[in-house]
Every structure is written in structure tokens, then in C-alpha cells.
Design a protein around this ligand. Structure first.
Ligand code: AMP
Length: 355
């Protein structure tokens, strides 16, 4: 494994806060970054060395992007597969197309993990209203209908509680291909954030307890309560098997429920993850740095905690208006993403450490 020398250029597809924080980590290790994104307000452009505003479909744009970069990564999983496979013919793209294709499709993701011996909620693929009624009969209620693709932060999903809800649930997701998932009784949610290097070496972080409000992550905290600690080993081992089977290079995040019989896999993201933002100050090496290390062929860094306890709070929408008050707190670390305020938007986060 020959490391990419500092001074090289990392191409990042996607212009959001994850790209923004990846660019900071890359700069710290001496790399340049080039962001490609269609967004009018691409906040990653503020920290990257250069920015191209364009969509991902033009071959001319992709050729130019590839020519200017030494390795490519991406910061969100809803990018089309086609530009990734096209770029991969010209230069290394990490994580690879198999990771992206699997994580983009809830059915592919769940069957992949089930085949590896992972526990998932009972689920059925549904592509018609008749199939949805049959799936409800098989799985029972309550259940959750989730679009196959493009779901995140609770978007594209609807809960079905009574048989009367079935038709309206189908209409509310626009009759798109979906999975019906049985409702999991869980005490906590947590995530395993793992980095896998080009040589197959892996490191993973201690798992945060993740609390959601309205389907959006509100808080991640560590050390996790004992219910999570008991299921940590099994969940981390499964995440490692997933990364290996995918030939994944970079950070992989898997979300789990604490179920009665063990960890229940919910979903994966082939990228740095919101529930890992605490690692910037709360771990010896951040998830962003470990992602950059992995895709550049560098040795992975220590994932241990730097504090006795760590808490990350997301600043959503109007929360950002009072953000500066955190600066008065000892050992609180404020990150603002440079976005204009909109309700429900992830504007920044704060990490509090107790050492
Ligand atoms: P997702 O977009 O799949 O991460 O779902 C968003 C949130 O909905 C999760 O973090 C859970 O709080 C909840 N949720 C999703 N799937 C299930 C399920 N099968 N059973 C219970 N709660 C769920």
C-alpha cells in the first residue's frame, strides 16, 4: 500500500457539512480538496481548496474533476451510481460502488446484512398496493413503510398502525417501491462507526447512544448505557463483517436498535456520520481524519475517548440563533456549518466533554 503523498488532491462529491468537515481534516494532513456539488449553498466550498458547482451527470465535468484529483470520495449516499462507476474507470474512488449501491437500497441493504447473519426487523419488498396489503398480513401491525431509496432523517417513511392506514400510507409515499418493516421494540438506539483501510485493517469507535427527535438525530452521548454496552461487541463484529464483504475503504456507519435478543441492524451509511461528530474532540482521531487516512492509504488512528464522558448536541434550525452561548461553557466545542437558517436544517453541533 503506497500512501497518497501529502500535497495530493482529494475530490469530494457533495457539498454539505460532512464534506466541509472532511475538507478540514484533509487540510490538516496536508491534502488539497476539490468539491463538486450542484448546491447553490455548498457549505463544503467554504473549507475546500476549490469548488465546482455542477451536477454529477456531465461527462465533461467529471473528466475535469478526475483530472484534477488523485482520489475521490463522497459525502452522501444518495448520489447516482453512474458518476461513481464512471469516475472509478479513471482514478480510485473510495468507498467503492458496491458499498454505495448496497446502502442506497433498503432491500439490498437488509438482505446483505441478513445473509451475513445480522438481525434485522422482519421486512418485505413492496412494489404495489396489493403487495403492501399482503406484507401487512404477513408482518402484522404496527409497521413502517419506507421508500426503497432516498430516505434519510426519517424522510420517505410512514408508520402504519391500523389496517385503515394502509391505503393512505401507500399514497403518502407516492406509490414508490418500498419495504414494509415490522416495528422493533427497542430500549435505545446506537451506532457503530468503523474505518477500514486499503490494507483491510479496521478500527471502530466506542458506540454512542443516539437519541432522535422527529426522526432527526438530536443527541449522541458516551459512554453508552449498559444496555448498549452489552450489545456493542456483537454489533461491532457485524459491522466489521459488512465492511469486509463490501471491500469497503473509508468510514462505514451502521445504526442499531437495542433489541430484546441482541442488536437489530437498522441501516448503514457508507460515509462519515452525524452520530460520529463527537469524535472531533471526543476521540483521539476523528472520524473525518480516519476517513481521509483510509482513502489515502495511511495508517488508521486511535479511536479511544479523550474524556470521561462526551455529549454531542445537534443544532437544528432556530437552535443556531443561540449557539454562541455555548462558548461560555468550559470544554464545550461549537461547530457551525455556515448555512442560512431554515426550520429542520442541521445548522451545526456542539460537543461537550467532561474530563
Ligand atoms: P431510519 O430513517 O430508518 O433511520 O429511521 C428513522 C428513525 O425511525 C429511527 O432512528 C428509529 O427511531 C425509527 N425507526 C425506524 N425503523 C424502525 C423500526 N423498524 N422499528 C421501530 N422504530 C423504527
Amino acid at each position: 500500500m503506497t500512501p497518497l503523498p501529502p500535497g495530493s488532491t482529494i475530490g469530494i462529491l457533495g457539498g454539505g457539512q460532512l464534506g466541509r468537515m472532511l475538507a478540514v481534516a484533509a487540510a490538516q494532513l496536508g491534502y488539497s480538496t476539490r468539491v463538486l456539488a450542484p448546491d447553490e449553498e455548498a457549505v463544503a466550498a467554504q473549507t475546500a481548496s476549490s469548488f465546482t458547482r455542477a451536477d454529477y451527470q456531465s461527462r465533461i465535468v467529471l473528466d475535469d474533476f478526475a483530472a484534477a484529483a488523485d482520489v475521490v470520495t463522497y459525502e452522501f449516499e444518495n448520489i447516482a451510481l453512474d458518476p461513481i462507476t464512471y469516475l472509478a474507470t479513471q482514478l480510485p474512488v473510495h468507498p467503492g460502488a458496491l458499498s454505495l449501491a448496497t446502502a442506497q437500497d433498503r432491500a439490498a441493504e437488509k438482505s446483505f446484512v441478513g445473509d451475513l447473519g445480522g438481525r434485522t426487523a422482519p421486512w418485505r419488498l413492496v412494489t404495489s398496493i396489493e403487495a403492501l396489503h399482503a406484507a401487512v398480513a404477513a408482518i402484522g401491525l404496527p409497521a413502517i413503510l419506507k421508500t426503497l431509496r432516498m430516505g434519510y432523517d426519517g424522510k420517505g417513511q410512514v408508520r402504519i398502525t391500523t389496517p385503515d392506514d394502509v391505503d393512505s400510507a401507500w399514497d403518502s409515499i407516492g406509490g414508490r417501491p418500498a419495504i414494509l418493516e415490522g416495528f422493533v421494540e427497542f430500549s435505545h438506539e446506537f451506532s457503530i462507526i468503523l474505518a477500514r483501510g486499503q490494507d483491510g485493517s479496521m478500527v471502530s469507535y466506542p458506540p454512542p447512544w443516539n437519541e432522535h427527535v422527529d426522526g432527526i438525530l438530536a443527541r449522541s452521548s458516551l459512554p453508552a448505557p449498559v444496555e448498549i454496552a452489552r450489545q456493542w461487541g456483537e454489533a461491532a463484529a457485524l459491522t466489521g463483517r459488512i465492511a469486509e464483504q463490501l471491500g469497503h475503504v473509508g468510514v462505514l456507519a451502521c445504526e442499531f436498535f437495542v433489541g430484546a435478543d441482541g442488536p437489530v441492524f437498522n441501516e448503514m451509511a457508507p460515509r462519515v456520520h452525524n452520530s460520529g461528530h463527537w469524535t472531533i474532540e471526543g476521540a483521539v482521531t476523528s472520524q473525518f481524519e480516519n476517513h481521509i487516512r483510509a482513502i489515502c492509504g495511511l495508517p488508521l488512528g486511535d479511536t479511544g475517548l479523550t474524556a470521561e464522558s462526551v455529549e454531542m448536541l445537534n443544532l437544528i434550525g432556530e437552535d443556531a440563533n443561540d449557539a454562541l452561548t455555548y462558548l461560555g461553557e468550559h470544554d464545550a466545542h461549537l461547530h457551525l456549518y455556515g448555512k442560512s437558517v431554515r426550520p429542520g436544517r442541521k445548522m451545526g453541533h456542539v460537543t461537550r466533554l467532561v474530563r
